[in-house]
Design a protein around this ligand. Structure first.
Ligand code: G3P
Ligand code: MG
Length: 360
């Protein structure tokens, strides 16, 4: 009888709820914690430092592998974060591995785009910077870019440390991945237009070639960074690329955006949260046929961007419950008109207070 009541309470505890935290504008602004985020996260751990409440980070940002982001977040927020708790915009690209594992792909965005894709298993991932360096004069503005000439780099020859690992100049690019906010919009728009309008072989008139698939890790028009007002995000770059491409090409640009609000991302987060349930690895509490994880009654998405975080949770449906903070993109007094959240609070600390009060 003792065992059975212990089992019941354990099952109740592990099946009830989990939390997905947005990063920019909820936990951090730039690299600074906001809204009492370190204290809020600490409450999700027990005295021994074990995770009591399954939670993860669901961000549209990225640029470095999840393992490195986990270390960075651990330092900034003062709690121990493991890589499986980090879902970035580009994490969904892993689902495309089978299709492009051995194909030449070009990746762009701040950080280390080729390293990110190589870590996922893509064997022929080349950064756009490396790729562009194979084509003389592909960016006519390169000599005027003071940030490169200041470093003493001669841009008429391949930049140091970015010599391509493959001879890519004559090989067709099979897909393009924008993994995070591009750094040099001018160069990237130029080179991507070249790649996409010529069927993956820049500088050649190949007749009407199909556009190689283009994938974006996110489509945020704006996001909250360190500057007081919102900054332009990957979605703004997508609009710029699309506007130019559609003026110079007979077919409109085709693309797929991953990241929130794509429902795929919320399904993925739910699956990861199941694995983070405290007793997931405990055979002691498993019944015959029990895979070790149970359905959640509620999953909380805490975000700052109505059209990304709240819309995503709404589209994902049960068991998602959206909480909107006022520390980022959204600053309204009341709820958002188009994508109203289930709850609006000032800070992430208030959100965690509410959740723990409701659940425990
Ligand atoms: O570049 C980051 C931005 O797109 C949003 O990040 O954490 O608010 O989803 P986050
Ligand atoms: Mg955000």
């Amino acid at each position: 009888r003792y065992f059975s009541s212990q089992l019941q309470s354990e099952q109740k505890r592990r099946s009830s709820f989990g939390i997905a935290f947005d990063i920019d504008g909820v936990l951090l602004r730039g690299k600074d914690p906001i809204g009492g985020s370190p204290q809020a996260l600490r409450r999700l751990y027990g005295d021994s430092g074990n995770l009591n409440v399954p939670f993860l980070f669901l961000t549209n940002g990225g640029g470095i592998p999840e393992s490195r982001r986990a270390n960075e977040l651990s330092e900034l927020l003062g709690v121990k974060i493991v890589p499986s708790q980090v879902l970035q915009g580009h994490s969904s690209f892993k689902s495309l591995l089978k299709r492009y594992e051995n194909q030449l792909i070009v990746a762009t965005g701040k950080g280390e785009p080729a390293v990110v894709m190589s870590e996922y298993g893509f064997k022929k991932a080349v950064s756009l910077e490396e790729y562009a360096s194979c084509f003389e004069n592909i960016d006519p503005l390169a000599p005027y870019k003071m940030w490169t000439t200041k470093l003493g780099l001669d841009r008429s020859s391949p930049p140091l440390n970015t010599v391509p690992r493959y001879d890519v100049s004559s090989e067709t690019v099979k897909a393009v991945f924008v993994i995070s906010d591009p750094v040099d919009w001018g160069r990237d728009i130029q080179v991507l237009c070249d790649v996409l309008r010529c069927g993956g072989l820049p500088g050649q008139d190949n007749g009407h070639q199909p556009q190689p698939p283009l994938y974006f890790a996110a489509d945020d028009l704006e996001y909250q960074a360190a500057f007081p007002s919102n900054r332009l995000g990957t979605g703004a770059f997508r609009i710029a690329l699309e506007s130019v491409f559609n003026r110079i090409h007979y077919n409109p640009l085709e693309y797929v955006s991953f990241g929130k609000p794509n429902p795929f991302v919320f399904k993925n987060a739910e699956a990861m949260l199941k694995q983070l349930q405290p007793s997931y690895h405990s055979d002691y509490f498993k019944e015959p046929g029990d895979s070790g994880s149970q359905s959640f009654k509620t999953l909380y998405m805490i975000g700052d961007n109505p059209s990304v975080d709240v819309k995503g949770a709404q589209q994902a449906g049960h068991p998602w419950f959206s909480i909107l903070t006022r520390t980022g993109v959204f600053r309204g007094k009341h709820n958002h008109a188009e994508f109203p959240a289930d709850l609006v609070v000032d800070t992430v600390e208030e959100a965690v207070d509410y959740i723990l009060g409701r659940e425990c």
